[in-house]
Design a protein around this ligand. Structure first.
Ligand code: ZN
Length: 376
């Protein structure tokens, strides 16, 4: 007897009919209160050694239908080691994939999950580090803690570097990125980290959207708000996550800002800057250039050929975190995007873009941040 379940941390799927293993009919579930769907995470039981075919019947109505082109599902038996299925097919409406499970239970997800327990472990590691402290910014709509990790000590003359991740909770690669960045920063034998902490204090929000993460949402918080459209006018009822972080930023000031994201469609790592925002000068351009040149030099996973088109500026853009921060503080302020699929310039057939590579990218980014400070 086959069973499919998703009543666990970040679980999300709807079962239409699982009676026939060769045609397991599923639907992508909406975010809890928004017309958004793409994230999935579920467990299939009782199909050991049976050839299973699974179908997302509403893949064509996903928020980013282009995300299914060339996409391969992430799978694990033990919830520690995740790998990619070797194939999957999108016909413009349905996404079909298959597996003959080696074990009684198998987990499927859109990307390797970053569980809430691991988030708490990340805070525990920060607390145990002599260079970091953990503080509470306030509560989310569901009553979860919104935490800030501070690394190094703020002091006159020191730069203030802010890094936030997981405004879009389904972009779990972003918290792996932060994990890699933090662990390198805690390493007192690393010369890049030492120099950075000599010159700067870090403020890191590893998970901007705890409620959406646990609820298994792709893009919104418990109130149905896309937090990366709430920066101009956040409020304490619907988007307290942004209101709380914004208030702290106004208190500390910001010299460098990174907002970490995952892109469903583009198979590349890239950054999006502020060239179109009024007030952007040669000095800002140099800092962006220095950051990108350095990151490209230290990791072949980063590139500058492909990215978002530079739209004409509109006030609406100030609802986005990196645009609002640039407008408010006039500093280097970037959105960094990782792929859900793979880096097409350096593909990995077994794992695609993965948690491990996201961590490596987080580590490498410290070098680019140091170069950006030097550019000033
Ligand atoms: Zn995003």
């Amino acid at each position: 007897m086959i069973r499919i379940s998703s009543q666990f941390d970040s679980g999300a799927i709807e079962v239409v009919d699982a009676s026939d293993p060769t045609n397991i009919r599923l639907r992508l579930r909406d975010d809890n209160t928004a017309d958004v769907r793409q994230w999935f995470h579920f467990r299939l039981q009782g199909a050991r050694a049976q050839a299973c075919t699974l179908v997302f019947e509403n893949a064509g109505q996903a928020t980013f239908p282009g995300g299914w082109e060339g996409y391969r599902v992430v799978v694990s038996y033990d919830r520690r080691n995740w790998f990619r299925l070797q194939s999957g097919h999108y016909d413009g409406q349905r996404y079909v994939f298959g597996l003959t499970p080696d074990f009684d239970s198998v987990y499927f997800a859109y990307f390797e999950p970053f569980p809430w327990e691991r988030h708490l472990d990340l805070l525990g590691t920060a607390d145990a580090s002599p260079v970091a402290t953990v503080s509470d910014l306030g509560a989310t709509p569901d009553g979860r803690d919104l935490n800030l990790i501070t690394i190094g000590r703020a002091a006159p003359g020191k730069r203030r570097i802010w890094v936030i991740a997981r405004q879009h909770p389904g972009e779990t690669m972003t918290e792996f990125f932060v994990e890699g960045l933090l662990e390198r920063l805690y390493d007192t034998s690393d010369p890049v980290s030492r120099r950075l902490l000599e010159r700067a204090c870090f403020f890191v929000v590893p998970n901007m959207n705890p409620d959406g993460s646990v609820r298994g949402n792709l893009r919104t918080n418990a109130r149905g708000v896309n937090l990366n459209r709430a920066w101009r006018e956040p409020d304490m009822t619907d988007s307290p996550e942004v209101a709380l972080v914004r208030a702290r930023m106004l208190g500390t000031g910001v010299d460098v800002f990174l907002d970490i994201h995952g892109d469903e469609t583009l198979p590349f790592v890239f950054v999006d800057g502020n060239g179109m925002v009024p007030g952007f000068t040669e000095v800002h351009a140099r800092a962006e250039q220095r950051f990108s040149d350095t990151l490209r030099a230290v990791t072949p996973d980063f590139q500058t050929e492909r990215g978002y088109a530079q739209d004409r500026f509109s006030d609406e853009m100030l609802t986005l975190a990196s645009k609002w921060v640039f407008h408010q503080f006039g500093c280097l302020s970037l959105t960094l995007e990782m792929p859900f699929k793979d880096n097409a310039n350096l593909p990995d057939g077994l794992f695609g873009w993965s948690a491990a590579r996201s961590r490596r990218l987080g580590e490498a980014t410290l070098q680019a941040l140091l170069a950006a400070l030097d550019a000033e």
